[in-house]
Write a new protein. Structure first.
Length: 123
């Protein structure tokens, strides 16, 4: 990194602001070797995973007419992959399965990370 004299300044075109280059020290590794257990804290952290089976859009009038026993038609066909989300980001697809008396999800595909992918993405 080349040194820039501390008195080096740049005058902007409107002559109202002086801009100076910042001199920052080089980063050094200051680990003591005692931090190997720190990752263990993260490994024990619970993360909420959301499973989105399907969705539908309703007009307010239709919504107000819902009652016990009403049936909604969803946008996915039987056997079509469902989406799994971690903190609002779709990270996998899978299929619904039954495990004893509970629903479960069999993971079919872990998705490659992508910038800005959010729960509203339909990709």
């Amino acid at each position: 990194m080349s040194e820039i004299p501390s008195d080096a300044t740049e005058q902007t075109s409107d002559d109202s602001i002086d801009v100076q280059e910042a001199q920052l020290p080089e980063a050094t590794d200051q680990s003591t070797g005692e931090g190997s257990g720190q990752i263990d804290i993260l490994l024990e952290t619970l993360m909420p995973v959301q499973v989105q089976v399907a969705q539908t859009d309703l007009r307010v009038q239709e919504l107000l007419q819902l009652s016990a026993g009403s049936v909604l038609r969803l946008d996915k066909a039987v056997g079509e992959p469902i989406d799994l989300f971690l903190r609002g980001v779709r990270f996998a697809t899978g299929q619904l399965v039954v495990i004893d008396d509970h629903l479960g999800v069999r993971i079919n595909k872990i998705l490659a990370p992508g910038p800005g992918r959010r729960a509203t993405d339909q990709s």
